[in-house]
Design a binder for this molecule. Structure first.
Ligand SMILES: [Zn+2]
Length: 356
């Protein structure tokens, strides 16, 4: 009896030992030891191996590198938004009540973008090629989130004065077009990275800022410009303002690379702009969700009478079209990376194919 329990304890110890050897800390590198495609502005250390295996990438999440918090700051919120989506989905008649569909589309996009981002940050060090393809999916998911916002704004957030206007009629079709443009432009920005990092950054900021600003035209009008009747001045307004503040802070951090630009190397692991950018984006999305839900509840009876009908086409249908076109764009940009020539390869001037 004693020998059996001793044996099982010994086996357990060996098993634990194997587990610990499996997750033993991988070596991290400085900026001078990794290819240029992996360099992050003003981040000096904490880089993972540029040809990590998928297993190494996953295990690196339990070790402090310059990407660890980038992953967790989007992976954990994915579950929060998924919980919110399931809560609405499991509500009685949510699927049969067309008035809820825009909220479902928005919440779905809120789950997809942090999940795509955390996957991109996890697996971006498998190769230069994988890095580009990972971020193509990240950008596609962000474009989908932009469309999810537009669909929910069209249904619940438009000020009374603009409900049923010509702008309202064209709002979702233009948002769909913007999503396609945004995915194309952001993916293209990776191709210009090697020749002109600054132009690449400007293109990427434009690719995300333009659809955001378009989506928010009705909200900005309602919050900051509208006077008199039809302005929809309700309790949701202050929550919309919170979201707007966080959205601008998010853009500011993305564009400026602060604080690490002030002290390169100081914020490599904790506190660099990309982590703060992720956190602000999630807090902003949380306020946006609360504001949309608030408008939805406060205005339901009125909007059901005055607003254009919510259909499958202007909610789920539009999103599906965007998902399909975005996936097509990502394939178009990925194929030259996998089988490309020197002209089309963003990662290597010599045009090496992405074979491992
Ligand atoms: Zn990110």
């Amino acid at each position: 009896m004693f020998s059996l329990s001793f044996l099982s304890q010994a086996l357990r110890a060996v098993h634990l030992g194997n587990m610990f050897s499996l997750i033993k800390l991988r070596r991290v590198f400085t900026v001078h030891q990794v290819p240029k495609a992996f360099h992050e502005d003003s981040i000096i250390s904490g880089y993972r191996h540029p040809r990590s295996s998928a297993t190494d990438c996953v295990l690196s999440l339990f070790q402090l590198t310059n990407e660890t918090l980038n992953v967790w700051t989007h992976f954990l919120p994915t579950w929060y938004f998924l919980w919110k989506l399931m809560t609405v989905l499991l509500m009685e008649d949510a699927l049969y009540d067309a008035f809820t569909w825009p909220l479902l589309v928005f919440l779905f996009s809120c789950c997809v973008y942090p999940l795509a981002s955390s996957c991109a940050h996890t697996f971006s060090t498998m190769s230069t090629c994988a890095r580009h393809i990972c971020y193509f999916f990240d950008y596609g998911a962000l474009s989908l989130y932009s469309l999810g916002s537009a669909i929910s704004y069209s249904a619940y957030v438009f000020p009374d004065a603009w409900v049923n206007s010509t702008f309202h009629a064209y709002y979702i079709p233009v948002a769909v077009l913007n999503t396609i443009l945004s995915t194309s432009l952001s993916c293209y920005s990776r191709f210009s990275e090697r020749q002109s990092p600054r132009l690449s950054k400007v293109l990427r900021i434009l690719a995300f800022a333009y659809p955001y600003l378009f989506d928010n035209i009705p909200l900005f009008y309602r919050l900051f410009l509208c006077v008199g009747e039809g302005c929809t001045d309700n309790e949701a307004n202050s929550i919309h303002v919170h979201h707007t503040l966080f959205a601008f802070l998010t853009g500011f951090l993305f564009a400026t690379h602060l604080p690490e630009r002030l002290a390169p190397g100081r914020f490599d692991y904790i506190g660099h702009s990309h982590q703060l950018f992720h956190v602000c984006a999630i807090i902003g999305t949380h306020f946006q969700m609360k504001a949309i839900e608030s408008d939805m509840v406060l205005r339901q009876s009125q909007l059901l009478v005055t607003a254009p009908p919510i259909t499958f086409n202007n909610t789920v249908g539009s999103s599906l079209v965007c998902v399909c076109i975005s996936l097509g764009i990502i394939c178009l940009y990925s194929l030259p990376l996998l089988y490309g020539s020197s002209e089309t390869h963003p990662a290597s001037a010599k045009g090496k194919k992405c074979k491992h």
